[in-house]
Design a protein around this ligand. Structure first.
Ligand SMILES: Cc1cc2nc3c(=O)[nH]c(=O)nc-3n(C[C@H](O)[C@H](O)[C@H](O)COP(=O)(O)OP(=O)(O)OC[C@H]3O[C@@H](n4cnc5c(N)ncnc54)[C@H](O)[C@@H]3O)c2cc1C
Ligand code: SF4
Length: 445
């Protein structure tokens, strides 16, 4: 008998290929030219536009929307990419509901913002489909920069450095570049291999080499890079995962949500990817939401996301929370894990309700259990493998200004660096700004 959502345990093929293809299809497909004109027409082209202020990469939003409105989407794409070279991915993954669209005057006045993210995607997709790379390199400077990490921060830094004429070598521990664009972002936000297509397009600038399977601290060392290159940028993200720290955390089928998501992103055939019947996800951010939603989409019968604080404290936006509940995920707030129960593998999870007390979060004295054949930990990532000698601040690489670390000629940006939100767009902004600072420093000499 074929597997179904009610099959016990962790099994593959709960749904057939057709159902899975539909469930994992593009969540917000590209606007067609007419839809884009209608959406652009809603913009007031505000002076001192609040949307632009809210964009971590400071894209000139009214300008690019005007360029769409006047029928020049390629020019609009250039406006976007000038500031954000991964504008195509950011158009797909930015939580616009908490950034540009939250402050759009149309949102304030009517509760319906201009669809900035979708317009950005329309412009950047139009340009990329035409195979155009609108930037060229300055005269080669002879300076060489090493970039560690081929995620959004590293790629953005590498592209800006290459534009200034420097030669860049990017080292990444994984077998493919892209960082979380390739291994983390939910499948339905980035379909049809977009992450790799965007990297191929970005590399058209020239002057960038990517070396996969090269881990800092293993195949390469920071001292070695500093000695060999004129400058180093660290964009290594957060490779470690926080543990639950409760009894039974090491039981079978209790795993990291990021690993499940990476497997899902790399799976060529989703019917071969096993998922539990009763899935419990612990956490309150995007990773937790993505693991929960994608478990449901794969066919898990009951998926429960448990977060220890109140709904308002969840890092995932209200849009993300609504997405999860619309897909049938149950969200329980104010409950913390107490122990994993099971003989070898997990069978149940025990939780205790919490409340806000004078000294912070405190147990409320009432416990409950959820049946679980698969549990995903999603309570945050942490920096792993930071080279010795770098000053850290709250577990991340301490930086000042445009990503300057405590070591001369070493910069850092993205999730691994102190300050800033852990968002794709912030990583792109920090990579770009560090590249400008590196360029200025290299040209002083
Ligand atoms: C599951 C998940 C979903 C997310 N969804 C969203 C979303 O929808 N929208 C959004 O804006 N943000 C989202 N984020 C956050 C976003 O993905 C990150 O903020 C962003 O990718 C950070 O970019 P980065 O370049 O700093 O790091 P990463 O993308 O993590 O890239 C770091 C790179 O460095 C490499 N590396 C690590 N250690 C080493 C080493 N020692 N040597 C060499 N290479 C190394 C890694 O292999 C990786 O390629 C999500 C995050 C997760 C985990
Ligand atoms: S705030 Fe809204 S209406 Fe004003 S420029 Fe930005 S997108 Fe247009």
């Amino acid at each position: 008998m074929p597997a179904s959502p009610r099959s016990p345990g962790i099994v593959a093929g709960r749904l057939d290929a057709g159902a899975l293809a539909e469930r994992f299809s593009d969540i917000s497909p590209r606007l067609d030219p007419h839809e884009a004109l209608v959406a652009a027409d809603r913009c007031y082209f505000c002076h001192d536009a609040p949307c632009m202020e809210a964009c971590p990469t400071s894209i000139d939003i009214p300008l690019f929307i005007r360029q769409i409105a006047t029928g020049t989407p390629e020019a609009a794409a250039r406006t976007i990419l000038d500031q954000n070279i991964l504008g195509g991915m950011c158009a797909r993954v930015c939580p616009t509901e908490t950034l540009c669209e939250e402050v759009c005057v149309r949102e304030t006045a009517e509760g319906k913002p201009v669809e900035i993210g979708r317009l950005q995607r329309y412009a950047t997709d139009t340009l990329m489909d035409a195979g155009v790379h609108p930037f060229s390199r300055a005269e080669v400077t002879g300076k060489r920069v090493a970039v560690v990490g081929a995620g959004p921060a590293g790629l953005s830094c590498a592209h800006r450095l290459a534009m200034h004429g420097h030669d860049v070598v990017v080292f990444d521990a994984r077998e493919k570049p892209g960082g979380l664009n390739e291994f983390g972002i939910a499948s339905y936000k980035s379909v049809d291999g977009f992450a790799q297509r965007e990297i191929d397009w970005l590399l058209q600038i020239g002057g960038i080499e990517i070396h996969d399977g090269q881990t800092l601290g293993d195949a390469i060392t920071l001292d070695g890079l500093v000695a060999e290159y004129d400058a180093v940028f660290l964009g290594m993200g957060l490779a470690g995962v926080n543990s639950l720290g409760v009894e039974g955390d090491d039981r079978g089928n209790v795993t990291d949500a990021v690993d499940f998501i990476a497997d899902l992103r790399q799976a060529e055939d989703l019917t071969g990817l096993p998922v539990g019947r009763h899935v419990v996800v612990i956490g309150g951010g995007m990773t937790a939401i993505d693991a929960a939603v994608q478990s449901r989409l794969l066919g898990a019968e009951i998926v429960t996301l448990v977060y220890r604080r109140s709904q308002e404290r969840m890092a995932a936006s209200v849009w993300e929370q609504d997405l999860a509940t619309s897909k049938g995920v149950t969200i329980i707030h104010n409950a913390m894990p107490l122990r994993v129960i099971g003989n070898g593998a997990v069978r149940e999870m025990e939780f205790e309700y919490t409340r806000d007390g004078a000294g912070g979060l405190e147990p409320a004295g009432e416990t409950f259990r959820l049946p679980a054949d698969q549990v995903f930990r999603a309570i945050g990532q942490k920096l792993e493998g930071a080279p010795d000698g770098l000053t850290l601040e709250r577990g991340k690489i301490a930086v000042t200004g445009a990503g300057r670390t405590s070591l001369a000629m070493v910069w850092a940006g993205g999730d691994c660096a102190s300050g800033g939100d852990d968002l794709t767009v912030t990583a792109v902004a920090e990579g770009r700004d560090a590249a400008e600072d590196i360029h200025a420093k290299l040209m002083e000499a």
